[in-house]
Structure formats: structure tokens, C-alpha cells
Write a protein that binds this ligand. Sequence first.
Ligand SMILES: CC(C)(COP(=O)(O)OP(=O)(O)OC[C@H]1O[C@@H](n2cnc3c(N)ncnc32)[C@H](O)[C@@H]1OP(=O)(O)O)[C@@H](O)C(=O)NCCC(=O)NCCS
Length: 194
Amino acid sequence: MTLDGIRIVPLRAEDREVVRQAAELLVEGFRANWPDAWPRIEDALAELATFATDDERVAWAATDADGHVLGWIGAIQGYSGNVWELHPLVVHPDHRGRGVGRALVEFLADAARESGAFTLWVGTDDEAQMTSLGGADLYPDLLDHLRDLRNLRQHPFGFYQKLGFQVAGVVPDANGFGKPDILLARRLRGPADA
Ligand SMILES: CC(C)(COP(=O)(O)OP(=O)(O)OC[C@H]1O[C@@H](n2cnc3c(N)ncnc32)[C@H](O)[C@@H]1OP(=O)(O)O)[C@@H](O)C(=O)NCCC(=O)NCCS
């Protein structure tokens, strides 16, 4: 796909229309497979508001030439800035599979690297048995389950793997029994940069 005409801009609270579209995307984008994430527009607006009030949070939106929001990405800076958590990421359903998600993640990775971070990580929930970890009792052989992780229905951990993330762990039952959070991490800078 061509990404011509797409801009990645800071998501700012004063851009009310951009914030509104970003909130709608969050509700719509997660509704099918993560219904408890941001069920109402108020929930999504509350999440977006944290990016204006919390100094450790940063966010950018991908917009088309007319200013429509095609997707957005956020991050939370932790471990004294050494580690950034990607949270959240969503691409408009009509614009998926065209490289927008990749562009947003690479933009975030560049920003984190330039600020001195070593690691970008993400937790991606499986609430709808989209992976082999969904619906399963992960104890006592947690690491065996993780080693045998399979993608059954286009769970986004596959997207992150394509972008250089490695599976780094799992939080069992994070969203209720059989609904784990899959953790992935990507190196931004190596030992030579330390
Ligand atoms: C996951 C999501 C952000 C991907 O965005 P996108 O713009 O469609 O992704 P891209 O087009 O940039 O895809 C980049 C690569 O990842 C692949 N990919 C995309 N989604 C994938 C998935 N679910 N599983 C495996 N691979 C996937 C693409 O095929 C592409 O591969 P290629 O480079 O070999 O062609 C988007 O589907 C989305 O918003 N989903 C709903 C919300 C969500 O899951 N957010 C992340 C939760 S943590």
C-alpha cells in the first residue's frame, strides 16, 4: 500500500475532533474481540484524557489528507524511561492491512529510541480464545504453554511478531479465567548503545 497522504501527528487534547474520532475508534476497534476494554465512548474519552494529564503518557494519531483519524497509538514511559509500554493501538477497520499499524508502531519505536529507551513492550489480551492460551488452564506448566503458543484467529500478537517483538511472558487469567494477557517485547537499542 501507499502511505502517501498519511500524517502522524501528536494527539493533543485541544484537537477536540481528533480526540473524538480517536475515542470512537477505540470503542469500535475493540468491541468484537475485547468487549470489556472500552465498551462506551465515555470509557474511551477517559483513557484519552490520561494522555493530557499524565506526563509519562504520549500518543500520536495517523490522519489522512482531510484530517480523518485512521488510527492512533499511545505509550506509557516506565523504568525511568528505559522501557516504554505500547498502550493502546488501534487502526480503523476500513484501513487495516495497509501498513497504518506498522507505521504507527515504527514511529513510536523511533520516538522511544530517540528518548533513550532500550525496550518497547506490549500486553495483548486474549479474551475470545483467539490463541492456544485462551480458555486454557495455564498452570502448572506456564512456560510450556507459552512455548507452544499458536495463533488460531488472527490475534494481534502475530502482528507484533511481524514487527520484531518477541513473546516475553503471559499474565494468566488477567481478564478472568482463561483470558490471559500475552506480553511481547522488542529491543530498541543494544548493549553497544548502553
Ligand atoms: C492489530 C492492528 C493494529 C494491525 O493494524 P494494521 O494497520 O491492519 O496492520 P498492518 O497493515 O500495518 O500490518 C503489518 C503486518 O502485520 C500483519 N498483520 C496484521 N494484523 C495481523 C494479525 N492480527 N495477525 C498476524 N499478522 C497480522 C500484516 O499482514 C502485515 O504483514 P506484512 O508486512 O507481511 O504484509 C489492527 O488490526 C487493529 O486495530 N486491530 C484491532 C485492535 C487491536 O487488536 N489492537 C492491538 C491490541 S494490543
